[in-house]
Unconditional design. Sequence first.
Lengths: 263, 326
Amino acid sequence: MMELEIELKKASDSLKSWDTTSISLTAGCDLFMRYVTRTSALEYEDFNSAKSRLIERAEKFGEISYKARRIIAMLSQDFIFDGCTILVHGFSRVVLEVLKTAAQNKKLFRVLCTEGRPDRTGLRLSNELAKLDVPVKLLIDSAVAYSMDEIDMVFVGADGVVESGGIINMMGTYQIALVAHSMNKPVYVAAESYKFARLYPLDQKDMAPALRPIDFGVPIPSKVEVETSARDYTPPQYLTLLFTDLGVLTPSVVSDELIQLYL
Amino acid sequence: MHRAVYKVGLQYLAGDITGGNARCIAMLQAFSEAIRDYTTPAEKTLTRDLTAKIGSYVSFLIECRPLSISMGNAIRFLKNRIAKLPLTLSESEAKTSLCLDIDRFINEKIILADRVIVRHASTKIRDGDVLLTYGSSCVVEMLLSHALELGKKFHVVIVDSRPKLEGQSLLRRLVANGLNCTYTHLNAVSYIMHEVTRVFLGASSILSNGTVYSRVGTAAVAMVANAFSVPVLICCEAYKFHERVQLDSICFNELGDPQAVAKVSGRGDVNYLGSLGNKDNLQLLNLMYDATPSEYISMIVTDYGMIPPTSVPVIVREYCRDQLWI
């Protein structure tokens, strides 16, 4: 039994090492390990039944994660009302699922997409939404505060949800959350529960760096530095609600869930 | 009155033992000795008589100095263990079992817990940091020494205040260890805060709404840090958590010696109040503790990991069920 756990750990470590910057991969692996090995029956049964119990729990974990997006989409339907304007930042498949479901339920809403330089997430997202016949408007990243008056809510996904209840997401999320908070607009985060990570950043620089090159289109003089970080940390006081497959949660519940799972 | 308990009580009265952990350990060790020397009188049961005896010791200690919350939790644990003793045990077996329980409590909940806290919290110290601490907390001292051993380069600012001036002993030990330190008083904290990158504070207890109950002055430091967007980290063992909720510092506190506010120890000539000190309409207030609201705290480092202040009732619910503390 111990050997099996060690093998699982080795497999999990090699998966994690493929992309050390991905928080959801690390968090997902850790949570899988905890979920699968958490049963107390492991010590008492014979090996084959313990193994089948582990496989059962593993498949259940996979099922939950797969269905997570549908559950989140269903939970968030109540928050999208007719005639609302939603601001979306970054390309999250969960948020796309939410908007798809809302469009299928014949809700009337329009979406403002930030351009999402340099990853061009806004262009990809507006393409997808145009296919669903949802009215879409593209904004450059600097036009968020300008348009915040006409926005009713902000929807973002998350790379990782940290222990304080804050989120780590594409660069620009913190800025938008600050603007939305100061103008009293709700910020909703759609994230699956396997993204809950045991991290606790105190400030923007307290995370493992994830850098990616930015192409400005023109050559930059060598003496000029470029900030290439791909993501930022949004503290929990700027987030209103988290839509997860565990339900609609406030940011302080994330730590509750993690404590119950990890200890 | 057992001599060990009497000795500990006098040490509290004189102020020789201060700090939640030190007081709790000293009290538990005195109780352990008292239990070892205890014999059940004729026609009395061990559990009831011993509980009554412990109760009388506790009353004596309260006379010397009001209990801290950590001591209160430890006493509840001990009374619980006494009540749960199986009736079939002989007297000597019961006594050994209780002494073992006390040793286990001290070891697991205080000593090992401190090591876990230090390990977690030292990951939050980076090279080039300027750390600020207030007063003298044993866990924060262990943390700073450990971070120094790990080879991290940082600077420490120790903020102190009258009348206890607890920071001076911490300063002496840290400077002897080789740390770069700055020492200042509470009135300069807003001046020095713009250079500080992290604030580490200890706590006497953390209440269920995330309020930190700690040495008077801690709230001021935490609020100034918050105004300068400096993260505030509280290092506190989980056995000090309490289900009580407190909204301000006045409703539950401890009064120290009022004359200590007016006088300076070692300087008999300083007597600015003079005859005013005896007037009826003047009250000298020397509070020992204050309550820091949870919105000024960034993170609490406990032996269960790093948690946000909103998760304190979760820890109390999950791990302190029935005050068993197992």
